[in-house]
Design a binder for this molecule. Sequence first.
Ligand code: DAH
Length: 459
Amino acid sequence: MLLTLRVQGTRYSLRTGNCSRSRWLASNAVVEKSPSPAQPQLEVNGSTYATDSWTNVTPKILSYLGANKHLQKDHPLSIIRQRIVNYFYGAYRNQRGNPLFSVYDKLNPVVTVQQNFDNLLIPSDHVSRQKSDCYYINKHQLLRAHTTAHQVELISGGLDNFLVVGEVYRRDEIDSTHYPVFHQADAVRLVTKDKLFERNPGLELFEETWTGSLADPKLILPSSKCMDQTKQPCHTLEAVKLMEHEMKHVLVGLTKELFGPRIKYRWVETYFPFTQPSWELEIYFKNNWLEVLGCGIMRHEILQQSGVHQSIGYAFGVGLERLAMVLFDIPDIRLFWSNDSGFLSQFSEKDLHNLPKYKPISHYPQCTNDLSFWLPSDVDVDAGFSPNDFYDLVRTVAGDIVEQISLVDKFKHPKTGKSSVCFRIVYRHMERTLTQAEVNDIHKQIANASVDSFNVQIR
Ligand code: DAH
């Protein structure tokens, strides 16, 4: 409901997973007004970046860089990382018995627009590029919105079997399953004809009629909804089918390794700009089908751009928080950022296969306060106003004691034409009881900051 404000009826929540199909299907970018940058330069990870009208990273968001929860000893996200990595080490070995996959889990999350989008054939007007969805450092650089952003640099460097694990940044609503920073693992596996068709040397990776020349970037089409999703024109059906079989076999193996051999699963055809054909794997969990990963046969243009001409590849991406929440029964995504020993002491990587169920530290009461304001007269509630700007402000002012924010009301005054919005903010501390006076004080600070930042008028 919140996001329909911006994307004309297309709800594309990203959750803790990463590959909601509607995100990649939607394609109607909205031009937004940008707040002017607070400072001309920004220091991120020891480098200095120029800011511009695209800059929307906040100090709060930048404070997550380097937290590396996926590498922190005994952290549930680190345990999930190790389970995935160990599975891949075991699933693929070379002739000497050594793991085939290499793992990159400390890559810099500051990437270029080229890495995050262009290299992956994401159309220039795609919704996922919007300022309201990403944390931009400036027009050309952003905090990666998915770990897929590193594909081309690693393939260009000569790698053909690798995993990338790290945190990703997306602007989103706040609730128990949404957080602006979460973690993903992405993998790529490339194989040559000799390897894929070891037992059928007469078969080919590429259609005989296909010229094999590097596609002119201007002529690369988005693998849009209407294009044949069975296979890419360059590939033979045999190559695609064998690759699909291997990929699905390995990913079902991973799922069974994580959730147990009896887990119920299904494949759902989907669409990603960087793979064709594409699928999502869903598991049946607590009476619901839950999407756990996205995958597909890599677009050949991506390999060509990386200097690889004689291979076919598969890739997949998975959200670690979602897996951890299911596997450990962790009810709230904010717990992954807790430093409370009551939380952290529950998990141990000593016994990777005996995952304990999370025991709630305690239940503290919630406090709910509403905040209504008039938008400036030149800003319309359905255009030019992005709730994500407000969510970021709330997060910056109040931090993790905000459990949920929802837009509960909006309307336009028939006479003045001014738009009004009302947000409901639910406060709850993970580790103690908040007093109403304390909440009122923070609520007031949010109201004041909204007036200062958005020029709104509190009602
Ligand atoms: N990057 C996608 C997302 O964040 C997930 C994904 C899908 C990654 C397919 C892949 C892939 O590598 O092949 O939604």
